[in-house]
Design a binder for this molecule. Structure first.
Ligand SMILES: Cc1cc2nc3c(=O)[nH]c(=O)nc-3n(C[C@H](O)[C@H](O)[C@H](O)COP(=O)(O)O)c2cc1C
Length: 383
């Protein structure tokens, strides 16, 4: 049975272990260009011990912007800025994919150019789901998402094209590949969801129509940069961002998995929300993970509350090839070494998840410093 610490060949890429740093947007692009800066380069290069790093969400276009101070990948300045980040990660021996996102209705009017409405598969807005946006004084604030406008049929292929262009930009910046964010209630999820997407055009209603936008995006990105350089994140049965349950949920995701399997993409990244703090009634049917994996057949990353023992057990049960770890990686730059040696872990501080500056970003200590090791056990704050 392979160990979490064994190397893994992900298509053309050699990963030194099977631990993936899960995507975490940290609101650190606090400049007029929405570009990653030197601290972001430092943050990721400190974590280059991961087999694979997936960056936090990156906006594919000005209209795709979702969360305050998230970086973009649609201007020459942003591409150049990412080039610096990637080169520092590569210098530290890391492999890094960029996660590409369009937030759809899970954004806010303050993120939209000219104060336009957000867009979605539907004009139904979330009623409680929040997003970090800007208030009437232009100050960052956590606000309810608001009501979207349903995309017109001919607008959907335009967004598909923007994903392909962002993927080309990612490769131009040196990123080893991209992950399409099809999970957690963002735009693709809003099309996949059969309760939310009741459109009457070729992108809605039937199962085949609801997964069309996702598959068109996958095909366009594969054509742009090669299928082996792209993965996709999905969250079957996830309820984050007010995703309602729907009747053929398992069948939808198994059909999508089988379609993705035909396309030889690098991986599917399964975002399991069962153990999320705000997991509102998330329940994944027994054996679904294994059924999903046999429907897809390619490499699967599994994330959502995993660490050494639980991650290894998921690999042993045949549910995943690679294990994505989020919050513990944020707080432990040398997480893989700590897990390998059973060294204690730093706790994460949720107060600094989305604040600016280096605190809680690049100042978590590594264990190599002996003086740090004995005091490194702290209480996590439950987020
Ligand atoms: C601060 C923070 C930011 C996150 N940002 C993203 C993101 O940009 N994209 C994404 O797919 N998931 C995001 N997530 C979810 C994580 O990738 C992960 O699935 C989740 O934290 C559960 O894994 P964990 O228990 O190992 O942290 C974020 C989580 C946290 C804590």
């Amino acid at each position: 049975m392979p160990s979490l610490f064994d190397p893994y060949d992900l298509g053309p890429l050699h990963l030194k272990n099977r631990v993936v740093m899960a995507p975490m947007e940290r609101s650190r692009a606090r400049n007029r260009d929405w570009a990653p800066d030197a601290d972001t380069a430092r943050y990721f290069s400190q974590r280059a011990g991961a087999g694979l790093i997936v960056t936090g969400s990156i906006a594919i276009s000005p209209w795709a912007r979702t969360w305050a101070f998230e970086p973009g990948l649609y201007t020459p300045t942003q591409i150049e800025a990412w080039r610096h980040v990637v080169s520092e990660v590569h210098d530290h021996g890391g492999v890094i994919f960029g996660q590409l996102r369009h937030g759809g209705r899970a954004s806010h009017v303050s993120h939209q150019p000219d104060g336009q409405a957000t867009v979605s598969s539907t004009d139904k807005g979330a009623t409680k789901a929040i997003v970090m946006a800007f208030d009437e004084h232009g100050l960052p604030a956590v606000l309810v998402q608001g009501r979207p406008r349903a995309l017109r049929t001919e607008e959907v292929p335009k967004i598909v094209g923007e994903f392909a262009q962002a993927a080309r930009n990612a490769r131009e910046a040196g990123l080893d590949g991209v992950e399409i964010h099809g999970a957690n209630g963002y735009l693709h999820d809003q099309f996949i969801n059969g309760a939310l997407n009741t459109r009457g055009d070729r992108y809605g209603g039937s199962l085949e129509n609801r997964i069309r936008f996702t598959l068109e995006t996958v095909d366009a990105v594969a054509e742009a940069i090669g299928a082996a350089r792209m993965g996709i994140r999905l969250s079957p049965f996830g309820r984050y961002n007010e995703m309602p349950p729907f009747a053929d949920e398992a069948e939808t995701y198994l059909t999508l998995a089988a379609e993705l399997g035909k396309r030889n993409i690098a991986y599917v990244h399964f975002s399991d929300q069962t153990r999320w703090e705000d997991a509102d009634g998330v329940s994944i049917p027994e054996n679904f993970l294994r059924t999903f994996r046999s429907a897809f057949r390619g490499p699967v990353i599994l994330a959502g509350g995993y660490l050494k023992e639980t991650g290894q057990a998921a690999i042993d049960r045949g549910e995943a090839d690679l294990i994505g770890i989020g919050k513990p990686f944020l707080a432990n730059p040398d997480l893989v070494e700590r897990l390998r040696n059973d060294w204690p872990l730093n706790a994460w501080d949720s107060k600094t998840f989305y604040t600016g500056g280096p605190a809680g970003y690049i100042d978590y200590p590594a264990c190599a410093d002996e003086s740090v090791r004995p005091q490194a056990v702290l209480e996590n704050d439950g987020v």
